[in-house]
Design a protein around this ligand. Structure first.
Ligand SMILES: [Zn+2]
Ligand SMILES: [Zn+2]
Length: 242
């Protein structure tokens, strides 16, 4: 069904975008602002009457769907679910609230070059690489500025004119960290990681039960967090910089 008016009947941007795979509603919202020529998300929020942070929390999705001329169920709203009580649910997995990036923004320069849309897993603090391209995620624009959700573009920060994350040199990542991230993404239905599971289990066999008991989160996320810590400390000892 085509919607011709938003639920609140207020301004609707003339151009719209189509939700893409792995794209959370707040990523769609930023892309919509950019498509309509807004350089800062705040200006777009004033025009539309809805805030990005509300969209992030799963609110105003009917309004956003109206602006996109689609149904709310097409917005991938289930990717990240915030609950009044209890931890956020990402792709069916419970995670700690502090593991979700809220203000800062990250991106894989190669993913963005392939398709200029945000991927929900870039918001997960315990993912630091893109296993698809075997490089580190960046939190910086090519001008050096920090990427945030106040920017009006997915590919650059709001302080420069012609920065572009896609022009950044790719930063190679440690193969162990990539293996871990590949395994994490497989928990969310992205990528396949039979090989990684072997790596993770080898690394964490001694720590798994204690951590699962202590933190009370789903084992997969606990293992991911523990794996990150273990890999970081191992690599620090080896001075490999990852
Ligand atoms: Zn990538
Ligand atoms: Zn910049």
């Amino acid at each position: 069904m085509t919607i011709t008016h938003t639920a609140r009947g207020i301004w609707k941007p003339p151009l719209w975008v189509t939700p893409l795979p792995e794209e959370p509603p707040h990523g769609i919202y930023l892309r919509l602002a950019e498509r309509n020529g807004f350089h800062r998300i705040g200006h777009f929020e004033n025009a539309t009457g809805i805030k990005l942070r509300q969209v992030r929390l799963g609110r105003d999705l009917d309004h956003l769907a109206g602006m996109l001329r689609c149904e709310p169920r097409h917005l991938n709203g289930a990717l990240i679910k915030h609950q009044e009580q209890g931890p956020p649910i990402v792709g069916g997995e419970a995670i700690r609230r502090k593991d979700l990036m809220i203000v800062g923004r990250r991106a894989c320069p190669a993913c963005l070059a392939a398709s200029a849309h945000h991927r929900f897993w870039w918001d997960l603090r315990f993912v630091s690489t893109c296993p698809i391209h075997a490089i580190r995620l960046t939190c910086r624009c090519s001008c050096g500025g920090k990427l945030t959700w106040a920017d009006g573009s997915l590919a650059k920060c709001r302080t420069c004119e012609d920065g572009d994350v896609r022009l950044l040199p790719f930063e190679p990542a440690s193969c162990k960290v990539i293996a871990l991230d590949r395994w994490i993404l497989s928990r969310f239905g992205i990528l396949n990681s039979n090989e990684s599971v072997v790596v993770i289990h080898k690394l964490l066999s001694a720590k798994r039960s204690r951590l699962s008991r202590g933190l009370g989160l789903l084992p997969s996320v606990v293992i991911a967090l523990a794996g990150r810590k273990l890999l970081t400390s191992t690599c620090r000892r080896r001075k490999c910089g990852q």
